[in-house]
Design a protein around this ligand. Structure first.
Ligand code: ADP
Ligand code: MG
Length: 546
C-alpha cells in the first residue's frame, strides 16, 4: 500500500505505514541505522545537499551552511529565508527536502509512496498547517490530511490497547518542543449504527521552545567546562573543532546516560586528548529545573481537566527515554505511566489515520459495487473493517472571527468578534447576523481573523481602513483573508447579512448570505500566501440594527 504517516519533527522525523496485518511499522533509516531521520539539512555545495545525521555533524564547524529547527519557522509571517550558493530557500522548501529524504527511504526499499498524512503540533495555526501541507506537495506527496501529533500518538496507543472511557494525558517531550494533551477514549455508534472507538481531545498545553536540546545545551556546557579545567583553558580559548567535537558527542552521551549510571566522552581539546566522565546523578542535578518546568505545564493543563480524571499517562517523544522524566511523571501519577516506542508513536498513529482516510474514500467509492472481486474491491473490504474502528474529534487550534464595526458609542469602533474560541470541538460552526454600515453600500469587505484569545471581542491587527495597528502580542492576532460581498443597488443599511464561520482540520470556511436576496458569498481560507489588504473605510458590516 502506498499510504504513509509522517512525523515531521523539529529535530527528528519519522515515516511509518501499516504492514500486511494492519499493524503500524516504521521504515528504517538504514544509512543512519535509526528509526528516524535528523531534521537537519547541510548545503555542502551547489550540487550536494545532505539531510540527516551526516548533516548534523557539520553544525559546529560549518554552522552557516546547516539548517535545523526549521519547523519553528514554517508558516510564520515575515519569516527568514536561507541562502546557499546563490539560491534562496524558504522554510517550506527546507521542510520539503526533509520530506523528500523520508520519501527516498521508502523508495530505496522498493516501495512507492503517494498518499500521506503529516503530523503537526496541536498549537499550529492555520498558516503553519497550510505551509506544512505545501511542503508535502512540494516533495511530490499527496497530503490526504494533517493530524495533531498528540492525537496521532493517542491513536497509536488506542490501536494497541483500547479501553472504554479512559482519559489519557499525553506527555510529549521531543527535541525542541513540549506538548501536553489530554484525550478521552470512548465507544460511540457511527452513522451506520456500528460501534466505533472515539478519541476526543479535552485539553492541550505546552511550550514550543522546550525540549531535548535544553538538556544537550546543559551537557555541552558541562563538558566544555570540564575540558577547560583539565587543560587550564578558558572557554574562549577552545577551538571551533573542539566545540564541534563536544557538540557531536553530547547527544550520544545523553542517550548513554538514559541506560547507564555514567558516560565517558573523549574530546580532542585543542590537540590534546581529554576524557570526561559524567555521572547520571550530576546530569540530573544540572537539569532538574527543566524537568520541573515541564511538570509546571502539566499542572497548568490539569487546571482544565482534574488530575483524578487521568487514568493513564502516555510518554511520547525521544526525550522521555530519560529516566529523570519517567521518574518525575511517575511520582506525580504513580502506577499510571506507560511508554511505547516514544520516538515512533506519532508516525505510527499518522499511518493508522492515513489508512483510515484512504479506506473511507475506498468504501464510499465501492458502494453499490459490493460484488466486485477486483483487487480494489478486496482492499475496500479490509478497509471497511478498519474504518469502522476509530473516529477522532479534535479541537480548534486557535480562535476565529470577523472584523465588524461597533456603532454604539460616540465613535465607531472596529472590533474582532471571536466567533469560534480556541479549544472548541471541530468542526466548529458559528453564525451571526450583521448589517451594512451605510445605505446603498455597494459591497462589504469581510475580514477574517485568527487569534489566541478567548475574549468575546478584541482589537483586530488592522484598523477599519486596513492599516496595521497594535494588538496585545499575547493574543497573536492575524488577518487570514478578506471576503468581498457584493450588494445589489439600493440596499438598505437594515439588510441582514448572515455571516458564518466553520473551522475544521483543513481550514476555515467563511460564508456571508444576503438574507434578502439569498445570495451567498463564500471563501475557503488556507492562507497560502499573504493577502493584499484592501484599504477602505466604508465597506464594512456593523454589529446591530439601530
Ligand atoms: P521531535 O522533537 O523532532 O519530535 P523526537 O520526539 O524524536 O523529536 O525527540 C528527539 C529528542 O529526543 C532529541 O533531543 C534526542 O536527543 C532525544 N532522545 C532520543 N533518544 C534518547 C535517549 N535514549 N535518551 C535521551 N534522549 C533521547
Ligand atoms: Mg515529535
Amino acid at each position: 500500500m502506498s499510504t504513509y504517516g509522517i512525523d515531521l519533527g523539529t529535530t527528528y522525523s519519522c515515516i511509518a505505514r501499516l504492514d500486511s496485518n494492519g499493524n503500524p511499522e516504521v521504515i528504517r533509516n538504514n544509512e543512519d541505522d535509526s528509526n528516524t531521520v535528523a531534521s537537519v539539512v547541510f548545503f555542502e555545495n551547489e550540487n550536494n545537499v545532505i539531510v540527516g545525521q551526516a548533516a548534523k555533524e557539520n553544525v559546529e564547524t560549518d554552522g552557516d551552511r546547516v539548517v535545523q529547527f526549521v519547523k519553528r519557522e514554517i508558516g510564520k509571517r515575515n519569516t527568514r529565508t536561507y541562502e546557499f550558493d546563490g539560491k534562496t530557500y524558504t522554510p517550506v522548501e527546507i521542510s520539503a527536502l526533509i520530506l523528500t529524504r523520508l520519501k527516498n527511504l521508502v523508495e530505496a526499499q522498493g516501495g512507492t509512496i503517494e498518499d500521506v498524512v503529516i503530523t503537526v503540533p496541536a498549537y499550529f495555526g492555520l498558516e503553519e498547517r497550510s505551509a506544512t501541507r505545501q511542503a508535502g506537495e512540494l516533495a511530490g506527496l499527496n497530503v490526504l490530511s494533517l493530524i495533531n501529533e498528540p492525537t496521532a500518538a493517542a491513536l497509536s496507543y488506542c490501536a494497541r490497547q483500547f479501553q472504554e472511557d479512559r482519559t489519557i494525558l499525553v506527555y510529549d517531550l521531543g527535541g525542541g518542543t513540549f506538548d501536553v494533551t489530554v484525550v478521552k477514549m470512548s465507544m460511540v455508534q457511527n452513522e451506520s449504527g456500528r460501534d466505533v472507538q472515539k478519541i476526543t481531545v479535552l485539553a492541550t498545553g505546552g511550550d514550543d521552545r522546550l525540549g531535548g536540546k535544553d538538556w544537550d545545551d546543559r551537557l555541552y556546557n558541562h563538558i566544555l567546562h570540564a575540558c577547560c579545567d583539565e587543560n587550564g583553558l578558558t572557554p574562549e580559548e577552545v577551538e571551533a573543532e573542539t566545540r564541534q567535537d563536544i557538540r557531536s558527542k553530547v547527544e550520544e552521551a545523553k542517550r548513554k546516560l538514559s541506560k547507564k549510571q555514567s558516560a565517558k566522552v573523549r574530546i580532542d581539546v585543542n590537540g590534546s586528548r581529554t576524557e570526561v566522565t559524567i555521572k547520571r546523578t550530576d546530569f540530573e542535578q544540572m537539569t532538574s529545573d527543566i524537568v520541573a518546568k515541564t511538570m509546571n505545564f502539566v499542572d497548568a493543563t490539569l487546571e482544565k481537566v482534574p488530575a483524578e480524571a487521568i487514568d493513564t499517562v502516555l510518554l511520547v517523544g525521544g526525550s522521555t527515554y530519560m529516566p529523570m522524566i519517567i521518574n518525575a511523571v511517575e511520582s506525580k501519577f504513580p502506577g499510571k505511566v506507560q511508554q511505547h516506542d516514544p520516538d515512533q508513536a506519532v508516525a505510527k498513529g499518522a499511518a493508522i489515520y492515513a489508512s483510515m482516510l484512504v479506506e473511507e474514500v475506498g468504501s464510499l467509492s465501492a458502494q453499490g459495487d459490493e460484488t466486485s472481486d477486483s483487487p480494489e474491491g478486496k482492499t475496500v473490504q479490509h478497509a471497511e473493517q478498519l474504518t469502522s474502528k476509530f473516529t477522532v474529534e479534535d479541537q480548534t487550534p486557535r480562535s476565529f472571527g470577523p472584523g465588524v464595526v461597533d456603532t454604539k458609542g460616540a465613535k465607531h469602533k472596529y472590533v474582532l468578534e471571536n466567533f469560534i474560541k480556541i479549544g472548541e470541538k471541530m468542526p466548529a460552526v458559528f453564525s451571526k447576523t450583521y448589517y451594512p454600515l451605510e445605505d446603498n453600500q455597494e459591497r462589504v469587505l469581510l475580514r477574517a481573523f485568527e487569534n489566541m484569545s478567548t475574549d468575546d471581542t478584541l482589537i483586530p491587527c488592522v484598523d477599519e481602513d486596513g492599516n496595521p495597528q497594535a494588538t496585545d502580542p499575547a493574543h497573536n492576532v492575524k488577518l487570514l483573508g478578506e471576503l468581498v460581498v457584493n450588494l445589489p443597488p439600493n440596499t438598505s443599511r437594515d439588510t441582514p447579512i448572515k455571516v458564518t464561520f466553520k473551522v475544521d482540520a483543513s481550514g476555515v470556511h467563511v460564508e456571508a448570505v444576503n438574507t434578502q436576496t439569498d445570495e451567498t458569498f463564500e471563501t475557503f481560507l488556507r492562507t497560502e500566501s499573504d493577502i493584499d489588504i484592501e484599504r477602505s473605510a466604508v465597506h464594512q458590516l456593523r454589529i446591530s440594527s439601530d
